[in-house]
Design a protein around this ligand. Structure first.
Ligand code: CAA
Length: 416
């Protein structure tokens, strides 16, 4: 009997929607520089940061993640969301996943599995790679990925100006509207102590200069693997998004990539042009660990003046400790119709500036650890808030004072 040859039809899988959220208050890095007796140029130009987002007491990774996710699932049939993965390195519980709270706040169906995933800033990309496999297996299903973090270092440490906070949410499906992922990726893992946070600390420990060296090594190794499996070179990517602990990192990384990837043009202008639009949002939010790479992707898609349809974007995800991945995707036709840029610009424009004293008070604020009843005053105007603690349980609620960001202000111009 003649067996019919199975046709090798590859399902297109990618990002159907992408939204990000950052809290509504920030510290200007010039204020921090003055307080630390450091030239402001070091923060603004040396590390490439203008502002850092600061969480109010009634927001955390859950409220930020749910706020982003609410917009990512707009217009999507939530009964098709099969899985919710929550990536973070600012976990609020050793056992219960932050995903479960988001599942409840969004009213997702009970048959949607929900769990947390961790490997420093790369946890979101590990979630994405798992989502691609899940959707390939069940093409009718969607996966919702939430990545949410507060980047915290010690006061008056070199890491302090690279703090920040934010979340992204993206829906992965066989009906991508923004990016279709290439099947190839290159990963790299090595046991190193460049950045970590023991359970008993609220802020990360970091060997700053060493962490940059490890980031670069992981970039080279994962790029080499990506190039080996895909056969693509530097010129095959039109744009790049890098994990952004601070925005100057992108230039350092892109220069290395241009050299090892065999770029035909290695002048500063050409290199800058291929990543500069990915930096706008991160300059204003600071590091958001797991969310950072995808905040950069959102910035690139929403702030590039040209039409990116059909352009390939190379993405580099780095998680200290360390694990890294280089992968790529191609921008979908009509992607501009599905972007949330107006909302993101409105959210960033609406934020208010903190004084140094207000920042320090918020930095030092701690939730009780004895389980005693604690009611948190309403300060956030995000869609969800942490209302308090009772019997060691966090209480979340929809925020009656929530402000919708729908208007489209002028684009926030920033120097890079
Ligand atoms: N005007 C302009 N530029 C100036 C300047 C001035 N007045 N003064 C200094 N600079 C420049 C320096 O030349 C330097 O530039 P290059 O890197 O291009 O040489 C830059 O400003 C930073 O100066 P320093 O290296 O002296 O800064 P530092 O020692 O105070 O700390 C840091 C920098 C190591 C990044 C520190 O902020 C830090 O530890 N951050 C946290 C760790 C981190 O972000 N690591 C990144 C890799 S790990 C990762 O990616 C995972 C993650 O999310 C954490």
């Amino acid at each position: 009997m003649l067996r019919r040859r199975r046709k090798d039809v590859r399902v297109m899988i990618g990002i159907e929607s992408l939204a990000f959220y950052t809290p509504e208050q920030y510290l200007d890095l010039k204020t921090l520089a003055a307080e630390r007796n450091v030239p402001a140029d070091k923060y603004v130009h040396g590390i490439g940061q203008e502002r850092m987002a600061v969480l109010p007491p009634d927001e955390d990774i859950v409220t930020m993640g749910a706020a982003a996710a609410r917009h990512a699932v707009e217009g999507i049939d939530i009964s098709t969301i099969d899985t919710l993965m929550f990536a973070t390195e600012s976990g609020i519980d050793q056992s219960k996943a932050a995903a479960i709270y988001v599942h409840q706040l969004l009213g997702l169906p009970a048959n949607c599995r929900s769990f947390e995933i961790k490997q420093a800033c790369c946890g979101s990309t590990a979630a994405l790679q798992m989502a691609l496999a899940l959707v390939a297996q069940n093409p009718a299903k969607r996966v919702l990925i939430v990545a949410s973090d507060e980047a915290r270092y010690g006061l008056n440490t070199p890491g302090e100006p690279t703090q920040g906070a934010g979340a992204i949410a993206m829906v992965i499906s066989t009906t991508p509207r923004l990016i279709v992922f290439d099947p190839e990726s290159g990963s790299y893992t090595e046991d190193v102590m460049d950045f970590w946070r023991p359970n008993y600390l609220d802020e990360a420990l970091v060997d700053g200069k060493f962490s940059i060296q490890v980031y670069m090594k992981a970039l080279e190794e994962s790029w080499n693997e990506y190039q080996r499996v895909s056969g693509r070179g530097y010129q095959d990517c039109d744009y790049f998004c890098f994990h952004l602990p601070f925005t100057k990192m992108a230039g350092k990384a892109n220069r290395v990539l241009a050299r090892i990837g065999g770029a035909s043009r290695t002048d500063e202008d050409s290199i800058l042009a291929s990543h500069v639009d990915s930096l706008h949002y991160n300059r204003l939010t600071g590091n958001s660990y797991t969310a950072s790479l995808y905040v950069g992707l959102s910035s690139l898609l929403e702030n590039s003046p040209g039409n990116l349809t059909g352009r390939r974007i190379g993405l580099f995800s780095y998680g200290s400790g360390c694990m890294a991945s280089f992968f790529s995707g191609v921008v979908c036709e009509d992607y501009q119709r599905y972007l949330q840029g107006d909302r993101h610009h409105a959210m960033l424009e609406r934020r208010h500036e903190l004084t140094y004293e207000q920042y320090k008070a918020l930095y030092c604020h701690r939730l009780p650890t004895d389980g005693s009843e604690y009611v948190i005053e309403r300060t956030s105007s995000g869609p969800f808030r942490l209302a308090g603690i009772r019997d060691h349980k966090r209480i979340y609620e929809s925020n009656p004072a929530a402000v919708e960001h729908v208007s489209a202000p002028s684009r926030h111009e920033v120097a890079v």
